[in-house]
Design a protein around this ligand. Structure first.
Ligand code: CUA
Length: 320
């Protein structure tokens, strides 16, 4: 049990393992609420034990009911109001640290759009579009503009800041400013359908130079494949209706239903962190996505010859 608890608290997706100032404020708030809740719990248990110990006393020690009245008014009304008022003060103290950044106060803006069930990430001012992997420069105030393409999702990277809902017809914003480079796991935290649990993403925080190089690369169109099987993979991709749902910039594939695949080979994972990004897992994914992510909008392509599926996987992995 202690091991389970400790692994939960120290994991890469835990509010009790904060790396930014807002996340530290939330962590402190969480422990404060936990402490208060433990005190209340201890008092209630003590009263319960007391009632049990004294259960057989039938002397009439409270003839006019004053004691019972004090317990009901004090324990049932005054104490909850006091406790909740104190917790409210704690919460109000944390709110400024986690509120949306003032317009124009940040260094850069990214747009994150929730889809059933993946995250679309755009970098305004560049052509870069990626999915399920948000790269950010370290020590930079980033304005995250959160929207949804369909139902309500919730954008949450517990180690970096609070949750922010993605609501149809609305635009919500949150600030990410991460000092420490690293990879931080995020997760959709509003039930959004069958693929909800498999709607995760990584926030990759890089030194600013490395981030700029990454962004410049992502903004480029896809390169032409130069060797087999990638060359025939591109042909198979373009002739097998993949482009109706997916975009590969620089080719005729311009669908917008699924993730942009222009630089798929550069990503760490497939299907919103469901699979590691390897040619082999991509091949299996193309063959039968439902086996790995039930409900995924992508149909299986088991009807294609295995050689074509293999070639498509090789082509997509070559898109770095
Ligand atoms: Cu998207 Cu839950």
């Amino acid at each position: 049990m202690p091991a389970v608890l400790a692994s939960g608290c120290g994991s890469n997706q835990s509010i009790t393992n904060p790396v930014t100032e807002p996340a530290r404020e939330i962590d402190t708030l969480w422990w404060s609420m936990f402490a208060v809740a433990m005190v209340v719990f201890a008092v209630v248990v003590a009263l319960l034990v007391l009632a049990y110990v004294r259960r057989r006393r039938d002397d009439n020690s409270d003839p006019d009911g004053r004691m019972a009245y004090a317990v009901v008014v004090g324990g049932g009304m005054v104490a909850p109001v006091v406790v909740l008022a104190v917790l409210l003060v704690f919460v109000i103290r944390v709110m400024p640290a986690v509120s949306a950044p003032a317009p124009g106060s940040t260094d850069m803006t990214i747009q994150v759009t929730g889809h059933q069930w993946f995250w679309e990430v755009r970098y305004p001012g560049t052509a870069a579009v990626t999915a399920n992997e948000i790269h950010l420069p370290a020590n930079t105030r980033v304005n995250v503009v959160a929207r949804t393409a369909d139902v309500i999702h919730s954008f949450w990277v517990p180690r970096l800041n609070r949750k922010i809902d993605m609501i149809p017809g609305r635009t919500n914003r949150i600030e990410l400013d991460v000092g420490r480079t690293g990879v931080y796991r995020g997760q959709c935290s509003e039930f959004c359908g069958l693929g909800h649990a498999q709607m995760a993403f990584d926030v990759v925080v890089q030194p600013p130079d490395a981030f700029r190089a990454w962004l410049a690369r992502q903004a480029q169109p896809a390169g032409e494949p130069s060797s087999e099987p990638a060359v025939s993979g591109e042909q198979a991709f373009l002739s097998s209706s993949c482009g109706d749902c997916h975009t590969i910039r620089g080719t005729s594939a311009n669908g917008t239903i699924g993730p942009d695949l222009t630089h798929l080979g550069s990503r760490r994972t497939l299907a919103a962190l469901t699979l590691r990004n390897t040619t082999s897992s991509l091949y299996h994914w193309i063959t039968n996505p439902q086996a790995y992510k039930p409900g995924a909008r992508m149909p299986g392509f088991a009807s294609l010859p295995a050689s074509a599926r293999r070639a498509i996987a090789a082509y997509l992995e070559s898109l770095r």
